[in-house]
Ligand binder design. Sequence first.
Ligand SMILES: [Ca+2]
Ligand SMILES: [Ca+2]
Length: 156
Amino acid sequence: MLLLLVGVSFTLLVGVLPGCPLYWTLHKDSCYTIPQIPQSWTSAMAFCMAHGAHLAEITSSEENHFVLQLVKQNHPSEVELWIGGTDAVSEGHWVWTHSGTLLGYQNWDVNEPNSYSDGEQCLTFRTNGKWNDGHCNVTLHGICEISALTEPGVGK
Ligand SMILES: [Ca+2]
Ligand SMILES: [Ca+2]
């Protein structure tokens, strides 16, 4: 009985504490990491999902500022990285893939999105903190995000 009680309280404590695994950085209710392998947007999303995460969905200027600092600290030499938006389903209608919502907060770079060529349907985060519609097959680092209240690796 005592063991059972200890077990239950342990589960409750661990279950509600926001925390991140090694190599992930906590910000508000999310953990973020930038995998070492540059990949296409689809592969980068799959890589995040294999860790129970998704490509980052940036929903405020405050979150955008955090991601910019993360990128500057970890990949200062990159030009741009993948985040989780696409307009592949309907041109010009940008959606956060994981949550299935239209972009609310947006931070497009000057003259973007410009649909420069067929396939500029995937969202990139430039190291000036601004966004671009990039060609989905270009190989870039992705920025993964997961809820800090979910145990990474479990899948969701
Ligand atoms: Ca987010
Ligand atoms: Ca573009």
